[in-house]
Design a protein around this ligand. Sequence first.
Ligand SMILES: NC(=O)c1ccc[n+]([C@@H]2O[C@H](COP(=O)([O-])OP(=O)(O)OC[C@H]3O[C@@H](n4cnc5c(N)ncnc54)[C@H](OP(=O)(O)O)[C@@H]3O)[C@@H](O)[C@H]2O)c1
Length: 259
Amino acid sequence: MGTSEQQTAAEPLAGRVVVVTGASSGLGAQMSAALARAGARVVLAARREERLRALARELGGEAIACDIADAGERRRLIETAVERCGRLDGLVNNAGLSRPGPASRESMDDVRRMFELNLVAPFELCQLAARAMRDRDGGGRAILNVASIAAFAALEPMPQAGYAISKEGLVALTRELASQWGRHGIRVNALAPGFFASEMTDGLIDSEGDGPDWLRDLPLGRIGRPGELDGAAVFLLSEAASYVTGHVLAVDGGLLTRS
Ligand SMILES: NC(=O)c1ccc[n+]([C@@H]2O[C@H](COP(=O)([O-])OP(=O)(O)OC[C@H]3O[C@@H](n4cnc5c(N)ncnc54)[C@H](OP(=O)(O)O)[C@@H]3O)[C@@H](O)[C@H]2O)c1
């Protein structure tokens, strides 16, 4: 059954079930709240169960604690989401790991961890989610991968080769899956955030959302504020973007104009 008749301008994701990885903090928690406000039933995934449960209660969603670096846990996540909600319409591959540092000293163990979490896990979750989505008719099936401006620009004050390669791989994955799965009615897009305060950027961006001069030297002159990814995420998952696939939307205050 299609769900488009239930959707309104205020609730463009009404009736949709969307899994969000990395929902226990930062951008994932913020986007989950925005998707819920847009009418989606959100399935929150990450390792820290208490945080997930608290957010799920607040948003009226589901919490599934899991470590998506583990292939068995990835399968359990998608299977449990479908069991509990009866369907799957969307996936936000947001969980990620960064380990900045000069390439000459990056540990290959860290690089492998970033590849597993930032690239292999999203790829397999896309496969699993697409299989679950293909089991039903109707529109509105969409995947959103959270990449990074690091896929497009080297930031000299913050070297991060392993992270950049993993995110560039995620952009390539987005393009490839969009091309392969469009005919199956599944759109695949990506976000490329600039800099936002989160656990990942702790130590770089302070609690006031301020950071070093090089981070503010942007066309919009500031670091991203909480919630400034929300509109882009809702748009790309909703029917407002029904003819958009394979796109990477930079939400970066104009940072990439300098690359
Ligand atoms: N903040 C920025 O400026 C920025 C810029 C560009 C791109 N991004 C991207 O945005 C995404 C979100 O990052 P963030 O800034 O919000 O950082 P964050 O607060 O550190 O969030 C990372 C999330 O990933 C989850 N996670 C980590 N390892 C996991 C695992 N093995 N299994 C399941 N979940 C796991 C964490 O939850 P648990 O610890 O509970 O598992 C957490 O919810 C990442 O992909 C990041 O690369 C962020």
